[in-house]
Design a protein around this ligand. Structure first.
Ligand SMILES: Cc1cc2nc3c(=O)[nH]c(=O)nc-3n(C[C@H](O)[C@H](O)[C@H](O)COP(=O)(O)O)c2cc1C
Length: 378
């Protein structure tokens, strides 16, 4: 694998996948303002370098939710990875274990909670979506506990699905269907299409057995969020807190007051996130929402962030603004779509190499040396 940047992996994924599948991964909601803003926010902040501190030894190890990780990176939960690469969830989980970082499994994954626990030896986190059938999710949470997952995150930014217009245009839906409109697109990638035809479309294994709770016409084409529970509120989180003995995070926080509320109901931290620009278009970049949340709860609870991480220097900047670690969604997703486990590992290798280099160039020998003093304030 000779890709030298996350963008190169993205291009390789684009070459392998039908447009509809690539767009599902790559795209955001409506005009994709927030998708672009997640990237743009990093480019607006400049670094400062401390020189002559001796940077022959760099240590990227850090504590994430109380346990050591080899890098300040966590794999973000992503659904439907198997559409991009059969067995892709396991491939990414193995890559994470090889790099000594946590892997988060999505409720909408194409591998079950138990399958991942069996196939990947590393630290596992589980992401919960709440559906109109709430008890179904409590059942998944109990299964994650029994399978040894140590951290649970509840995603709070998807009370309904975002309006993802690339999916409308491409006639892409989950469960995935071949339609007269999309079949031509699939024919342009015969290897991918043949695999799907011969071996079947990978099911969302954790959702097997969940009753369809009626069809919401707003989501007829873009099926994301169809069964989501728009009534989800802090009362449910309190119930989750009682049911889950491990670490608990809320994913999708941007307001400092919501972060404080999460801590007050017993959560161990939050993930500052806008779902990779896939939900509310026009909302603030995660990187720009980070400082407010870090000021509100930093020191008392863990603050992670995701959205737009494509470079090691992005990770550096997020840590300098107060994140304990970052989560990455598309970076490893592109990698696994390009070349399976090898591609996912390559994505982590690229980010790790860039982070180490940025630390060397900025004179930060340890993660603890990265702070606001290395950001140019103007
Ligand atoms: C294809 C795709 C599927 C996703 N599925 C989920 C999911 O099932 N649950 C969830 O909480 N977030 C999901 N996300 C959001 C990611 O967890 C994460 O917040 C986002 O990808 C971070 O932005 P980045 O892709 O720029 O790194 C998904 C993102 C993508 C790109």
């Amino acid at each position: 694998m000779n890709a030298y940047s996350i963008e190169a992996l993205r291009q390789a994924a684009k070459r392998r996948l039908p447009q509809a599948v690539f767009d599902f991964i790559d795209g955001g909601a409506e005009d994709e303002l927030t998708l672009r803003e997640n990237r743009a926010a990093f480019t607006r902040v400049r670094l400062l370098r401390k020189v002559l501190v001796g940077v022959s030894q760099i240590n990227t190890e850090t504590s994430v939710l109380g346990k050591t990780a080899k890098l300040p990176i966590v794999i973000a939960p992503t659904g439907a990875v198997g559409f991009g690469w059969r067995g892709g969830d396991i491939a990414v989980a193995r890559a994470a274990a090889a790099f000594g970082i946590p892997f988060s499994l999505s409720t909408s994954a194409t591998a079950s909670i138990e399958k991942i626990a069996e196939a990947a030896p590393g630290r596992l986190w589980f992401q919960a979506y709440f559906f109109k059938d709430r008890e179904f999710t409590f059942g998944l949470i109990e299964r994650a506990r029994q399978a040894g997952y140590d951290t649970l995150m509840v995603t709070a930014d998807l009370p309904v699905g975002g309006k993802r217009e690339r999916d409308f245009r491409n006639d892409f839906s989950i469960p995935f269907r071949f339609t007269p409109k999309n079949v031509l697109d699939f024919a342009t990638r015969p290897a991918w299409a043949l695999d799907m035809l011969l071996r079947g479309v990978p099911p969302l294994e954790n959702l097997v057995g969940m009753a369809e709770m009626g069809t919401d016409t707003r989501n007829l084409v873009s099926s994301v969020g169809r069964n989501q529970d728009p009534a989800l509120d802090w009362e449910v989180i309190k119930r989750v807190r009682n049911a889950w003995p491990g670490k608990l995070l809320i994913k999708g926080i941007v307001l400092p007051e919501d972060a404080e509320r999460a801590v007050s109901v017993g959560c161990d931290g939050v993930i500052v996130s806008n779902h990779g620009g896939r939900q509310l278009d026009g909302e603030v970049a995660s990187f720009d929402a980070l400082p407010g949340v870090a000021r509100a709860i930093g020191g008392k609870a863990s603050v992670l962030m995701d959205g737009g991480i494509r470079r090691g220097s992005d990770i550096f900047k997020a840590l300098a603004r107060g994140a304990e670690a970052v989560m990455i969604g598309r970076a490893t997703f592109y990698g696994v779509c390009a070349a399976g486990e090898e591609g996912a590992k390559r994505a982590l290798e690229i980010l790790s190499d860039e982070l180490v280099r940025t630390m060397q160039l900025c004179g930060a020998r340890r993660v603890g040396d990265i702070g606001p003093q290395l950001l140019f304030q103007g």
